[in-house]
Design a protein around this ligand. Structure first.
Ligand SMILES: NC(=O)c1ccc[n+]([C@@H]2O[C@H](COP(=O)([O-])OP(=O)(O)OC[C@H]3O[C@@H](n4cnc5c(N)ncnc54)[C@H](O)[C@@H]3O)[C@@H](O)[C@H]2O)c1
Ligand SMILES: O=c1ccn([C@@H]2O[C@H](COP(=O)(O)OP(=O)(O)O[C@H]3O[C@H](CO)[C@H](O)[C@H](O)[C@H]3O)[C@@H](O)[C@H]2O)c(=O)[nH]1
Length: 324
């Protein structure tokens, strides 16, 4: 059994990973300022400290075996409108966290990076060796933290893994029967927005552009089940080596179009979904699909829930449970 600090463990991905760590028998402390997370999202069995990563030195000591770092501001549009918030929270916050880790002698880190570091891809599927050219401040700050981690590994022997998530989706029902899913406010992600249209909470779903060079003209993305993502984090903790910074994409390697996602939601929910076609959203690449080859080789990771309907069904079950 090991002891881990999970920053951002009251948020969507962090709460699911914290639940997986607890189920694997580990001890977990969640550090979260609840800026976008929910105290009830912290899984039972985890210690909860309400606080900021900027003050991580007050929490970390030599009893921790590692840190899983999810805490961040992560809305692309907001990052363009208010870049200072993103440089401060994501980059300066991570610098304080990494510095506190060094002082406390905590020498293992798994970091939530993003496909947004690549920007408009030159080729798909996207490998980790692809050019990094983020098209928004959010992606730029995540790339800066990746560089920060590399230099810490080289200079001070940190054992580190960055996982570059593609489109995280779905929800997780833990063995204790508690479900963890996506609750962003405002919501900007496609699947929860299509649910809102299915529930009549918004008049329709707007498809952002149907003139892309794809088979049905709508954007293609690589949707990965949050529980598959969580399993990769536990494997990453095992794979981390002192002085090395391993970077792995996390996606299924399969793409689905916006229209395919809407069709899947129709099948799963059995509901009508009003759809309108809207302008392209600025900065949206036509196709973003991961090469998951390195995650397979370096982590021994394989997604176990790659079917879009299964991902959508789990997310729908969580949405209904939250409404009940
Ligand atoms: N959801 C996705 O599709 C996706 C894709 C790629 C990368 N990511 C990354 O994964 C991580 C988790 O994303 P999520 O979707 O779960 O987001 P989320 O907003 O649900 O979770 C982030 C959590 O971090 C907390 N937090 C933010 N700043 C903090 C600070 N300074 N100190 C302490 N806590 C702080 C928030 O309160 C929240 O609980 C983020 O780093 C995000 O950039 C997410
Ligand atoms: O109302 C909507 C919302 C989204 N979309 C489309 O649906 C696709 C998926 O959009 P999301 O906003 O759900 O996800 P993104 O692909 O934009 O973003 C994801 O990938 C980014 C990297 O590019 C970041 O990592 C981000 O956190 C992650 O959610 C995109 O083609 C988008 O244009 C619509 O058509 N209508």
């Amino acid at each position: 059994m090991s002891k881990y600090l999970v920053t951002g463990g009251a948020g969507y991905v962090g709460s699911v990973v914290a639940a997986h760590l607890l189920e694997a028998g580990h001890q977990v402390t969640v550090l979260d300022d609840l800026s976008t997370g929910f105290a009830e999202g912290v899984p039972a069995g985890a210690e909860f400290v309400r606080g900021r990563i900027q003050d991580a030195a007050e929490v970390l000591d030599g009893s921790y075996d590692g840190v899983l770092h999810f805490a961040a501001s992560s809305q692309v549009g907001e990052s363009v409108a208010d870049p200072e918030k993103y440089w401060r929270n994501n980059v300066a916050g991570s610098l304080e966290l990494i510095s506190a880790m060094r002082k406390a002698g905590v020498r293992k880190l798994v970091f939530s990076s993003t496909a947004a570091v690549y920007g408009e891809p030159e080729a798909v599927p996207i490998a980790e060796t692809a050019r990094t050219a983020p098209t928004n401040t959010y992606g730029a700050t995540k790339l800066a933290v990746d560089h920060l981690i590399t230099s810490e590994a080289v200079a001070h022997g940190l054992a580190a893994v960055s996982l570059r998530y593609f489109n995280v989706a779905g929800a997780y029902g833990s063995s204790s029967g508690v479900a963890f899913g996506e609750r962003h406010d405002p919501e900007s992600h496609l699947i929860p927005l299509v649910f809102q249209a299915a529930l009549g909470q918004r008049p329709h779903i707007a498809v952002y552009g149907d003139d892309y060079p794809t088979p049905d003209g709508t954007c293609i993305r690589d949707y990965i089940h949050v529980a598959d993502l969580a399993e990769a984090h536990l494997l990453a903790l095992d794979a981390a080596r002192p002085g090395e910074h391993l970077i792995c994409n996390l996606g299924n390697g399969n793409g689905f179009s916006v229209r395919q996602v809407i069709e899947s939601v129709k099948r799963v929910t059995g509901r009508e979904i009003p759809v309108v076609t809207a302008e392209r959203r600025p900065g949206d690449p036509a196709v973003l699909v991961a090469s998951a080859a390195r995650a397979h080789e370096a982590l021994g990771w394989r997604p176990r829930r790659p079917e879009l309907d299964d991902i959508v069904a789990d997310a729908w079950a969580f949405t209904l449970e939250k409404r009940a």
